[in-house]
Design a protein around this ligand. Sequence first.
Ligand code: SF4
Length: 465
Amino acid sequence: MIDHLDDHLHEECGVFGIFGDPEASEKTYLGLYALQHRGQESAGIASTNGQDIKLRKGLGLVWSVFSDPESMPPLKGTSAIGHNRYSTKGSTVIINAQPLSIECKAGKIALAHNGTITNAYELRKELESEGAIFQTTSDSELLLHLIARSKKDTFLEMVKDGLSRIVGAYCYLLLTPEALVVARDPHGFRPLSLGRTDGAYVVASETCAFDIIGAEYLRSVEPGEILVIDSKGLASHRMPPAPKLSFCIFEHIYFSRPDSLVFGEKVDKIRRRLGKQLAQESPCDADIVISVPDSGNTAALGYARASGIKYEIGLIRNHYIGRTFIAPHQDRRKLDVRVKLNPVAGVIEGRRVVLVDDSIVRGTTMRQIVQLLRSKGAREVHVRISSPPICFPCYYGIDISTSSELIACSRKVSEIADYLGADSLAYLSIEAMLQTVDDGSRYCTACFSGSYPTTVPVDFDKFQF
Ligand code: SF4
C-alpha cells in the first residue's frame, strides 16, 4: 500500500467491478485492497446474486471494514462493485461512503463513482427545487436521481439520459441484478481499465487490482464509452465526444501505483522518464541522488540514471503510521514529518544531495525534510521536482480547492527555494512533462497551466455542500 505524506495532493477514489464470477465479492475485496492508495476514508462492496443487491460499507481501510469474518458471506453473489473513498466533496461521514444503493422505477441499483462533478451545485439545487431528497452530501448521488427521474424506457437509455446532464470527471460503476454498467466521462479525466478473469469481466481504476486476482488486462475503457456487461456478454456504447481529451497527468506523476497501467501506459516507465527529463532540464553538481519515499522513488531512479549520479537510500520511511496522517482536514495534517521520515546519517553526512520528489503543494513537508537532511550533515541540498509548479485548483477529483494553499501560486521558484532552505530548486517544465507520455495533447495540465478543459464553477467554495 502507498501511504501519503501530508503535503501531497490526494486522489478521490478507487473503483472495482466484476460480472459473472462466483467469487465476485471476494475478488472485489482484493481489488479494493490493491487500490487502497486511492482512498482511505471509507470502503464498501455491493454484490448481487441476480435478484437482490447486498451492501456493506464503513469508515476506514478495506481490511478494517471487512475484518469481521461475518462480513463477507452475506455478500456472496456473482457480480459486485467496490469503492475506496477519499472525500473531496461531502464530508467524511458514513452516509457518504460508497457504493450508494437505491431502488427506483429502474429497479435496484448500486453506484460507485471516481471523480468530481463540476456542475454538481447547480444540478443539486435544481433537483432539490423539484422535490428531490438527497441521502448524502456527495456529488456522486446526482446520477442516481437523474436515472430515477428519466422518462426513457430502458436502463441504458436512462443512464445515458442522466449522463447527458452531468459535466466533469467520472468513472461510474452501476450494478443491477442483471448487469454491470460502466461509464467513463468523454474527457477521460480518470483512468478505468477493462480485464478478464475465469470468464468474468472486471473493471478497475488501475491494473494493480487485476494483478492481485490474476486477471488479464484487455484495454482501457475509452473516454465517453459506456459498457454494458450482462449475461449476453459485453456491449460498448458511446456518448458524444468531448472537444478535447483530458487525461489527468497527475495519475502518472503521483496518484497511481508504479506497477499499474493507466490510460494504457506503464506508470513506472513514465515516472522514470519524468526523472530523466528533470535531470536533462535541471542538472546538478552533486554526490548522491535520494528520493522522498515512496512518492519520489521512481523519478529519482530516472534522475540518477540520466545524470550518472549515484542513487542512494537516504530517507527511511515509517510505513506504520495509520490513517491519522491521511485525513482530508488540513489541521490534522500538521503532524511532524519526523514521525514519518528519518535520514540515514551515514549516507547524508558531508554529501551534496539531490533530493527528488514528485510535487510540492504547500511546501511544509519539504521544508522539514530539507532541515532534517541538514541536521544530519548534508553539505548541500538541491531539490528537484518531477512535475511543474502547481498553481491552480483542480475541479476533477483531486483535493486542491483553492489557490491559496499552493505555495507556487504566490511565490517565485527562487522564493520557494528560500522558504525550503534549499541550495537550489527546480521543477520540470510542462513541455518536458508532456514528452514522457505517448501523446501529450490528450492530457489535462490545468493545475499547472490554468487552462481548464471544462467550464469551471465560478465560486468553488459554494460548490462544497
Ligand atoms: Fe489532474 Fe491537475 Fe487536471 Fe486535476 S487539474 S485533472 S490534478 S492534471
